[in-house]
Write a protein that binds this ligand. Structure first.
Ligand SMILES: [Zn+2]
Length: 301
């Protein structure tokens, strides 16, 4: 199947903005790549030869004006490898335990939906720590399904739109989900219809106004073919207000890393050199992500 590219309106204010400006541009034009090169870039998080250029809307949001169609995305996402960025499962689990410590202050939760659970390490620990009783998954990547079945006996959805609106959740979780979804307005409105009256949405996204993003500029690793837009704390707040949600919190999160991994990554970003460094010690850093929780806002309906 050949990949389709479509034009987008601003996903934060929903306007066809006229006064946006190009902020981060890709060095390579999409039209110069073959389809197999695009697929290779898609399947490797470190291959940043190409990403769609990012524009700053008047509303403050940062987004790609051109991106893959939903149909093409579905195909691209259907077969990918495990999505751990920290290069190490133990580090991944430490980061997830940190998210659980944030979530547990607002729980426990009975019926939960996790979108994009990937290898399921968050869900597994949420259940183990009794923060969550019952969990369903939406995971487009079928390669992960056998792992997820070990964690929850419930059915696994490939797509959120498959879920009947009569099913209601107390909490919907999406760790690094919203910065992958081009039509966030429709997507969050579907989440809204699956939440009960007091329901909340919790997630983690990259912060495009973080110190790291400002230092690395166009070399910031989150400028990526996978991200049709990137949030900052203001743009996520105004997006959720626009779709009728109320803020519970927005807070910077920690990421756990092996220092060697971090050095390798930094060398790759700055000097484009691949280096393998002997594992050193663990470090936790506020590396340019934030967690958020928003609640259905009964008053504005
Ligand atoms: Zn906008």
């Amino acid at each position: 199947m050949s990949l389709e590219i479509i034009d987008r309106v601003c996903p934060f204010c929903f306007q066809q903005d006229k006064n946006s400006y190009l902020e981060i541009s890709s060095k390579v034009e999409y039209s110069t790549l073959t389809e197999s090169e695009v697929r290779t870039i898609w399947n490797n998080v470190f291959n940043r030869k190409f990403f769609f250029s990012y524009f700053r809307c008047e509303c403050g949001g940062l987004y790609n004006k051109e991106y893959f169609s939903i149909k093409s995305l579905k195909e691209l996402y259907s077969k990918m490898k495990e999505n751990i960025h920290t290069g190490d499962k133990n580090m991944d689990i430490k980061t997830k335990i940190h998210y659980i410590s944030i979530l547990s202050q607002h729980g426990p939760f009975n019926n939960v939906l996790e979108i994009g659970p990937d290898n399921g390490s968050l869900a597994e620990n949420l259940i183990k720590q009794k923060v969550v009783k019952n969990i369903d998954f939406v995971e487009p990547n079928v390669e992960m399904h056998s792992n997820l079945k070990k964690i929850s006996k419930n059915s696994i959805f490939k797509n959120i739109y498959e879920i009947d609106d009569n099913i209601k959740y107390d909490l919907v979780i999406g760790i690094h989900v919203l910065d992958h979804i081009p039509d966030i307005k429709n997507y969050v409105s579907k989440i809204d219809s699956l939440l009960n009256a007091e329901g909340t949405i919790f997630g983690v996204v990259h912060d495009e106004k973080s110190l790291l993003a400002r230092i690395l500029a166009s070399r910031w690793p989150a400028y990526l073919i996978w991200h049709p837009h990137l949030f900052n704390t203001n743009s996520i707040r105004s997006f959720f207000r626009n779709v009728g949600f109320k803020q519970i919190f927005i807070k910077k999160t920690l990421n756990y890393f092996n220092v060697s991994y971090l050095l390798e990554h930094l060398i790759r970003a700055l000097f484009k050199k691949e280096l393998k460094i002997f594992p050193l010690f663990t470090l936790s850093l506020k590396l340019g992500n934030f967690a958020f929780m928003f609640k259905k806002n009964q008053i504005t309906r």
